[in-house]
Write a protein of this length. Sequence first.
Length: 150
Amino acid sequence: MKRKLAYFVSLSFIITDISHLLKHMKNGSNKYFDYKIGVAGAIFMGTIVFCINYFSTTLVIESLTAALKQAAYTFIFGGFLMNGCEYIATHIKKRNKAIGLAIVIPTVFTLILTTVMHFLKGTPKPLASVIPTLMIIPATAVWAMRKRKK
């Protein structure tokens, strides 16, 4: 019982911190970080990882732990990586090379970091939790092509 109470207290602090962060976001992005992408990715990927872990194990706390790890990771690195993807796509002169690197670099970086994160203690289905990360490939491809056209 104490573990569940401590978990929900820490969850309330996380929610409070996120709400403060959302209040301070002005236009959704700055030079290095895209808040809108970070928040959208965190909600989307956190939900997917929770469902994967919960529906295969029915362990609520462990599934929520995995989801929160994924959401925090996606918020932080998603915001930075998508800005990095945009930078690569717009600053390399050759179009095909720019789009290719804008896809490969964030994808490899994300797969390595996500794999390490989920194989740490607390994720019931670590490999299954890493697989949704492959969705970054089409996301970065679309983002790179959109930014390259501008």
